[in-house]
Design a protein around this ligand. Structure first.
Ligand SMILES: Cc1cc2nc3c(=O)[nH]c(=O)nc-3n(C[C@H](O)[C@H](O)[C@H](O)COP(=O)(O)OP(=O)(O)OC[C@H]3O[C@@H](n4cnc5c(N)ncnc54)[C@H](O)[C@@H]3O)c2cc1C
Length: 403
């Protein structure tokens, strides 16, 4: 607990990606906090977990209803952020969730929509076919239309949020990788190639690099290299009016049309991504064979697409064994707050996560009760902490390719 009237609390935020940028902004708004941000590249760079031009913002929770207050709070803080930046950070497209009517994820999302104050609509397979002709759906499928769902502009969100923090007085150290953190007379010493600085509190939000800085997390957190692939349609005009969608497991996938109706970006689930032993040596250029992993989506979900992508790019994401965020204090240095393991769903909640991170760093507790994160049961096991090899993860299982 920081005493009012004392000298400002010195806080470092390490990693200015989706979550660290939001923590930095929230801390920069507090009167008695002197905040520094460290980023090994620049805010809004495309190489970590926030690249690829788009992220889905969905209002309804398809896995754990305990996340609902986080999403609700995130929506409020997104609005504040959009107003403060005067930028359109979420494009209001709506988002369609599709799944077999018996799919537990689809059913949980429907119940989440029923509890929510946001509008929603359940669509029969015939209604999906007539409103969304790009999508092939089975007679057993059901659609859940989330009209206030949106497409996030991730890189712009990160860079604009850091700009706001700098306007508030935050100091940002770009191209400054933190190499080590250690105890220092009750505080924390932050080492970089340029030298060391001491802080009262440190927030570590390094995404896929977090386990490099705090290796003891490797028993709970693994890193994956995700590939996104952009496809043209077979015919001009085919993608006109297409909305972003997500399919539930066991055919988990999602598609986000680019704003110009020219391409759609496709993504797969955890089991189709490569385990990462060291985020700094991971191959960054996908092999042409990786395109085959998307073939079943073209065959079964979006038959109007060309069979092979025009572009593929890779990104890094951290996953906890429960697929629930890892938010809390470091096991050996409790002055350090850790925010990681966002398991493929961190961006939509990032403004709320930023607020939570700032509250933990300054007050030691957050307004939203996070007990559900700690209590969540594992959905996969880590086979080898050194390589990140893990067992099958049924929560976001896609149809496997043969490659
Ligand atoms: C392809 C893909 C699709 C996704 N789709 C969605 C979606 O549709 N909706 C959704 O809500 N979420 C989605 N996610 C998840 C979401 O993007 C991530 O959960 C989120 O980006 C994680 O944020 P982060 O801050 O933990 O990590 P990042 O955004 O990766 O940020 C970490 C930052 O830390 C920096 N850094 C690392 N180590 C150091 C160091 N030692 N010193 C200084 N800086 C350091 C990195 O350069 C980076 O900028 C997706 C993720 C991926 C990869």
């Amino acid at each position: 607990m920081h005493l009012l009237g004392a000298s400002p609390l010195r806080v470092a935020v390490i990693g200015l990606g989706a979550v660290g940028s939001q923590v930095l902004w929230q801390l920069s708004r507090l009167p008695d906090v002197d905040v520094h941000g460290f980023e090994s590249s620049y805010p809004g760079h495309p190489e970590a977990g926030s690249g690829g031009e788009s992220r889905l913002y969905r209002n309804f929770e398809m896995d754990d209803p305990a996340y609902e207050p986080v999403i609700e709070r995130a929506d409020t803080v997104w609005r504040e952020l959009e107003s403060a930046t005067a930028r359109r950070l979420r494009c209001p497209t709506g988002v369609l969730l599709i799944g077999d009517g018996e799919s537990p994820q689809l059913q949980r999302a429907v119940r989440s929509a029923q509890r929510s104050s946001k509008p929603s609509r359940i669509l029969s397979p015939q209604e999906v076919r007539s409103s969304h002709p790009q999508l092939s759906v089975a007679d057993t499928d059901v659609g859940l239309w989330d009209p206030q769902g949106a497409v996030i502009r991730p890189e712009l969100t990160v860079s604009s949020t850091v700009d706001l923090a700098v306007d508030n007085g935050a100091v940002v150290h770009e191209f400054t990788r933190v190499t080590h953190v250690d105890e220092d007379r009750g505080g924390v010493r932050v080492d970089t190639a340029e030298g060391s600085r001491s802080f009262d509190r440190v927030v570590v939000a390094c995404g896929g690099w977090t386990t490099k800085l705090r290796p003891d997390l490797r028993d709970t957190v693994v890193v994956r290299r995700l590939t996104s692939a952009w496809f043209h349609a077979k015919d001009d005009g085919h993608l006109r009016g297409m909305v972003p969608f997500m399919r539930t497991a066991p055919s988990y996938c999602y598609g986000i049309p680019a704003g110009n109706d020219s391409t759609v970006k496709l993504g797969l689930g955890f089991n189709e991504h490569h385990p990462v032993a060291d985020p700094d040596t991971v191959p960054r250029i996908p092999s042409p064979q990786e395109a085959d992993r998307f073939a079943w989506i073209v065959d079964d979900v979006l038959p109007g697409l060309q069979r092979r992508p025009i572009r593929m790019s890779t990104y890094l994401e951290s996953y906890t064994t429960s697929m629930h965020d890892y938010i809390g204090f470091d096991r050996t240095l409790p002055q350090i707050v850790l925010l990681t393991g966002f398991s493929g769903h961190g961006f939509k909640a990032s403004p709320a996560l930023g607020e939570i991170g700032a509250q933990l760093a300054t007050r030691g507790e957050s307004d939203i009760d996070l007990g559900f994160l700690r209590d969540a049961a594992p959905v996969f096991d880590i086979v080898d902490p050194a390589t990140g090899e893990a067992t099958h993860n049924h929560i976001v299982s896609s149809r496997p390719s043969d490659t």
